[in-house]
Design a protein around this ligand. Structure first.
Ligand code: GLU
Length: 474
């Protein structure tokens, strides 16, 4: 056997790829990348009622957006049912599992009596030692695994440490239902074995399943993969993550204007750290990540931190790359499609030129789109409330002079030339620079905040700038 690490992400396609699932995928991916291994993808679609193709598509889309690539084709758990069945039958032949013909009424009575004695409901093993010839005629029977009755099962977990489960708590659970369908518990083990998974990294809500799954591995004589059960994400208030806290599908984060890299950085830092490093590139995370360094305490999701981190990633990203991501994200952003529709080569160049100023003022791509809206606005510009206030009183008179000063520029239309003209005009009329710059900004952008007003003039160009100012004079 080679030592190559093989991890897997195994979502159930009953909903979107939510933020907790994305973090599980990320840890599997980082660990595979860090060790030079591979990450496989398995769609756990055995629950036919709750699994949908739309959910599978949303999960693949979410992973792709985040750049969490998997190796090979996704595996459908449902399609492997014949193999799960074969393994269950093999366990029966090996004497490690047996057919159980207990009726629903008998099982209910067992549960009832356990409840009455204050015990957890458990199968009493009534078919464990019976001869198959005693099977009721025509009955199908479910297959149950023979779980060890005493001693303990120990899960050696890289995150949780050594977790001990007394075997008296593990009953002979069903691996194949009487309708011939495998149980989830059994399917996971057979799939992980057949896919050659060396490291299972998943939410700690699966920790108790791990003990049961080990029973199946041992019965088949298979190696138990390394296990890591990572803590779930909680809300900032410590409560279980709900929609209000950010338990949304990853596509909601795309629509809120977060960069994949920033979201991954944020998710990686939830429960894992590398010294004092807060801001990490994907390459940094791959270089530094080790599953054994993940904390076992619950991590808390904090929108404000995510937003701040996103702003940092936007500012440190090179402009061409940020522009690319921005353009690709436009279809998903509020107001984005309108921008996308007007994005010709000229505007792309303007946007690129304005980006250094724009990204200083934006923490998300939504804010970036908002800041860039002036480039795409049609004259006469919609003027927001604060900008309207800046255009009242003597502002109109000031603008008239500014317009004349700008119009008089004869050389190249640059930020420097515009600044020189406006400064000269302000000094000549005894205006403070701000008294000129503010109404000028309002006229050029329709807003009270924007990148530096001289940069705005340069990006818009002579004709458009003069026309926008003129619109506010007449
Ligand atoms: N399908 C399970 C889930 O979505 C994961 C099972 C596993 O990782 O073993 O929670």
């Amino acid at each position: 056997m080679s030592d190559k690490v093989v991890t897997r992400f195994a979502p159930s396609p009953t909903g979107f790829l939510h933020i907790g699932g994305a973090r599980t995928a990320l840890f599997n991916w980082l660990y595979a990348k860090h060790t030079g291994g591979t990450m496989l993808l398995r769609i756990e679609d055995t629950d036919r009622e709750r699994s949908t193709d739309a959910a599978t598509a949303a999960i693949l889309d979410g992973l792709s957006w985040l750049g969490l690539t998997w190796d090979g084709e996704p595996v459908s758990q449902f399609e492997r049912a014949p193999r799960h069945r074969a393994v269950a039958e093999e366990l029966v032949r090996m004497g490690k599992a047996y057919y159980c013909y207990a009726t629903p009424a008998e099982l209910e009575a067992m549960r009832e009596s356990a409840r009455a004695r204050g015990l957890p409901p458990r199968y009493d093993g009534r078919w464990r030692e019976r001869d198959p010839s005693e099977a009721p005629a025509g009955a199908k029977g479910a297959i149950r695994i023979k779980a060890p009755a005493d001693g303990e099962t120990v899960v050696h977990d890289l995150v949780q440490g050594e977790v001990r489960f007394p075997n008296k708590d593990l009953d002979d659970f069903i691996i194949l239902r009487s309708d011939g369908n495998p149980t989830y518990m059994h399917a996971v083990v057979v799939d992980d074995h057949d896919m050659g998974i060396t490291h299972i990294i998943r939410g700690d809500d699966h920790l108790t399943n791990a003990a049961r799954q080990m029973v199946i591995y041992r019965a088949m004589g298979w190696d138990v993969p390394s296990m890591s059960h990572i803590p779930l994400i909680h809300g900032a208030d410590g409560a279980k993550l709900s929609k209000r806290h950010g338990a949304l599908g990853v596509e909601a984060y795309r629509a809120m204007g977060y960069l994949p890299e920033a979201l991954l950085n944020y998710l990686a830092r939830l429960g894992w750290s590398h010294g004092d490093d807060e801001v990490m590139s994907i390459a940094d995370m791959i270089a530094w990540f080790d599953i054994g360094d993940v904390n076992k305490g619950a991590a808390r999701f904090d929108f404000a931190k995510l937003e701040a981190l996103n702003g940092v990633h936007m500012r440190r990203m090179n402009d061409a790359e940020l522009l690319d991501i921005f353009i690709n994200t436009l279809p998903y952003l509020e107001g984005g499609p309108a921008i996308a529709a007007r994005l010709d080569d000229t505007r792309k160049a303007q946007l690129l030129a304005a980006l250094p100023g724009l990204k200083e003022r934006a923490k998300t791509l939504v804010e970036l789109a908002d800041g860039a809206a002036f480039l795409f606005a049609e004259r006469p510009l919609p003027i927001d409330e604060k900008a309207t206030a800046l255009l009242g009183g003597e502002a109109r008179e000031i603008l008239r002079g500014a317009h004349a000063a700008l119009e008089a520029i004869t050389g190249d239309w640059t930020a420097e030339a515009a600044e020189a003209a406006i400064r000269e005009y302000a000094v000549a009329r005894g205006h403070k620079l701000g008294a000129v710059a503010q109404p000028l900004r309002a006229a050029l952008t329709g807003k009270s905040t924007s990148p530096g007003v001289f940069d705005v003039l340069a990006v818009l160009g002579r004709e458009e700038s003069l026309a926008r100012v003129a619109d506010q004079i007449d």
